[in-house]
Design a protein. Sequence first.
Length: 360
Amino acid sequence: AQARDPCLHVLELVACRALGGMEDESNKRPLEPAPEADAASLAQADAAVEAAAAGAVPEAPAAQAEPAAERPRKRRSGWDEQGDPSQALPPPAMMMSMDVPPSLPPGAQVAEFKVEQSMVGFLIGKGGETLRSMELSSTATIKIDQNTKDMGYSMCRITGSEPAVATAKALLQARIQEKSASQASRREGGGPNFANDPAVVNGTVGWETQIDQSCVGFFIGRQGEYIKRIQAQTGATVVIDQETKEMGYSMIKVMDGPGLRDATDMVRHRLEQVKEAAVQRAPQGEYEEITVQQALVGAIIGRGGETLRQIKQDSGAIVVLMQDTKESGFSVVRFAGNPENVARAKDIVNQKLTERERSE
């Protein structure tokens, strides 16, 4: 049992003595023996007895206050002083640099020029397809800023390596020239007009050749991709004049000026591809052809295709090697051109095959 306070015990004793004559002895609750107390407690008890005898109410001892439970200390972090870093404002220097475009990578070039607002949609294309195609072909980044469109023009900005910027600029200029020629043609009601082409104004046609109208689309490529490539790589201007398309052909013209020879070589190479594709797609029996055992095909091709190119050059004929049937043990060689050239090409091929058979 918990020990009783000595002061309380003394008070009970005083009260019992004062009321002793009024209670039956049998009803008195036996007093509990007083607990042992030290000298300080006895002195306090004596004072209480004297106060009770004088009629004063003794002061109750002050209850000992229980120590308040100590709160766990809150761990401090950097946020207590700085707050949420994500909501904090950047330093003034950083805020000033937010609107400043990042510096260009080493070796990067930038070219800017004005574009008439009427040309912007033609350069961008449906859904930006034309612009993306030019970026892909040139590996440069092309941006058109139309903030000045109310003034009748926009700013075109090209970023990338020096060759990439030059290629992209050539593609854009070719596209602009194409649009200008088309607009002039519609105004005059005639065929293509090259009055706005600087190469035509400053010079003359340096080289031209005829192409079957059915092959024009293949020659130009999707969205004029091959023409753009020639102009970008050589710097020359290449024009497809279709004034004679109703007669079954058009004219490819390379304007006189820088890049004429390189552009002419690229046009000739593309024409060979066009003609060979037409011969290869033709039905069987339309052109002369011979069957070659697959084991002897290498004698016609040569290392890196050198022998086949030489046969075409020496004969002047179109020679197409078709290996669609090589799994069956043979391939087919087709010949096209004037009869004399075709006969010469066939003789050269047969000679190559005979030499290979004798060497084996």
